[in-house]
Structure formats: C-alpha cells, structure tokens
Ligand binder design. Sequence first.
Ligand code: SAH
Length: 378
Amino acid sequence: MIFAQGLIKEFGCPVPQQINLLGLDRPALEDYFVSLNARAFHARQLLKWVYQRGITDFSKMTDLGLPLRQVLSETAALALPQIASDQHASDGTRKWLLRLEDGNCIETVFIPEEDRSTLCVSSQVGCALNCSFCATAREGFSRNLQTSEIIGQLLLASQTLIAEGFGPRPVSNVVMMGMGEPLLNYDAVVSAMRLMLDDLSFGLSRRRVTLSTAGVVPAMDRLARDCPVSLAVSLHAVEDELRSKLVPLNRKYPLAELLNACRRFLANDNRRKITFEYVMLEGLNDSIEDARKLARLLRGIPAKVNLIPFNLVPGTPYRCSAPEVINRFREQLLCDGLVTITRRTRGADIAAACGQLAGEVRDRTNRSTRLGASEIGR
Ligand code: SAH
C-alpha cells in the first residue's frame, strides 16, 4: 500500500477534504504524485486520461497500479462544476450557467463558426473592475475562480459537445473573455492556461488561447514571461478622460502606460499582434476624429482592432453606434493601415454576447471595500 505522505495527518487519518486534481497543472501534478511516494511520470498518464480520453473515474485508469488508484480514490477527486442551465441561441451559440461548490454561478459560452469554434471562459465570479457599460460589473464581485473551475469549464464543454457528436476536438480556440478580469486572478488563470496548452491535455497552440485584459499593466509584463498566449486589450477610448469613465482601472494604469506595456509584451516576438477591443458607443467614442486618434495611438504597435458593437445592458446609459457609423470608423482605420474587423454579435437572444454575462453572484463584496482594497486604486 502506498501512503499518501502529506495527505495523511500525523495521527494517521486521511485529510477529510479531497484534493481536486483538476486544479493541478503538470508540474503541480508531478509534485502531488511525488508527495504520494509515487513516481512523477504518473502525472502524464493522469493528464491523458482526463483531458484526452475524458475519463474522470480513477478505477478506469488502467495504466496506474491498483494500489495507486485506490489511494487516489480515497484522497483525490476530479470534480467538475454542475450545469445549472443550458441555453441555445438561434445562431448556434450556446451558454451554460455553471454552479460551483459554494453555490455561486458563472457563465461559459460556446461560439461555433465555420473555421473554428471558440469557448469563452470566465475567470472570476463577478468582476471588481466596475466598467460602466458591462453587465458583469453590475453583479459585483464575489471571488476568484480556482484553476479547477477555470479548466473545468473547458473540460465540461468539451465532454458535453463530444457526447453530442461535435467530433473529438469540439473546441479549437479559447478566449478568456467571460466574467471577470483574468489578470486579477493571475496564478489560477496561468495554471489553467498551461493545461490548455499542454500537449498531454488540450494541446492548444498559444495562438488559439487569448487572454483579454482591461489593462493590468504589471500582470501583462508577468504574463509575457510566464505564459505568452495571445493578448487582447480592452481599449474602448482614445483619451484618458473618457477611458477612465468607461474603464475605471484606467485611473491606475492610464493609456500611455498601458500602450507601453503592450509594446513590451511584443518586444521579443515580432510575428505577433495584440488585438485591441473597442466597443462602439453612440456619440461617445465613434467619430472619425476618434478613429484617427486611435490609429495614431497604435502607431508602431503590431495591432489588430476588433470593433465590438455595444450589446445592450439594461441600466446603462449607452447605445450602440449605428451600423453605418461603425463602417465609417472601420474604413478610417483601414485607411490608416490598421487591420480592423467588426465583431459579429453572437448569442444576443440568450444574453451570451460580449459584456452580457451575469451569472449568479453570491456573497458579493461590499463595493467600497472592493474598490479600496483591490488592485484598482483611485
Ligand atoms: N475583463 C477583461 C475580460 C472581459 S472580455 C477585459 O476587460 O478585457 C469582455 C469584452 O467585452 C471586453 O472587451 C469588454 O470591455 C467588452 N464588453 C463589456 N461589456 C460590453 C457590452 N455591453 N457590449 C460590448 N462589449 C462589451
């Protein structure tokens, strides 16, 4: 019998709380097996069972010895969130409301397209950034998601879609663009993204995993070193005054600093581009002059611009720019040499579009505490 060193308390009883192995990336899983007095390479076997074959029952992992399987079933678990609801939009977009162990719910969105299928993954329960045009902000902030809850969204979506006949690899791209600010939950998000990239689990290329941030500058520098996935930056305005109203984080990391961080992010990799997201708000940021300023601001940064038609969020004062205004804005950017696309709104009839994810946030932190104590500052 192999003893679970470190998992057995001094007096010999197993720790009652089982460890959720979905929370461990490959190095952490190797450490875990070593802590069981087992060999590190079992981590590789376990990753393949879980992420490539969709097996979460230890007893079926036949290349692990029986005693090890038994220790695992006593001390560990592979626990996924529960599906609380499952909505289908008329355009094929799918939204799952997932219930977590503590009763909080988050949303995950699957967006099938002709040449790819993208999963939009949440990183926090609610969001602390309080962007004035976003539905998630209105829910307040409850807590960071754990690695297991982040990778669990991808595993659950993949398993569900495979069972429905979507083929062996139903998710080709992941965007960290669901609820929350991923760079304010750095460690768990990076661990989960490492699992997405690991050849023994999902094996997605770094081009197919995109993290979107409102601009947490120090964490952007860390990300470039630790896990250089594709980066999207929520810009939304070309001047600090308006950007601070839309994205209060701008007061801490204003435009000039943010754009310098973008330059640093790309410094060692001249084949890549940063995607700049720009929500089109009628009469606020959608003039031709704004487009010209945007092109000037991004000069010298390998960039693509993603124009996002504003999706209605009840209780906000904003409206979406008219289609011809968005077109003109886009033409101006193209004229100035910027690769620009207008993002198609997907899943609006089930409130699955950008900025519409609300989930069900419990135990929300008091807003004044939140703003005082968080990264945002004033
Ligand atoms: N916190 C991260 C991840 C969220 S990604 C970030 O800010 O980048 C979601 C994207 O949708 C962001 O670009 C966000 O600014 C945008 N968004 C939020 N509300 C929106 C709305 N109502 N309509 C269109 N886009 C919205």
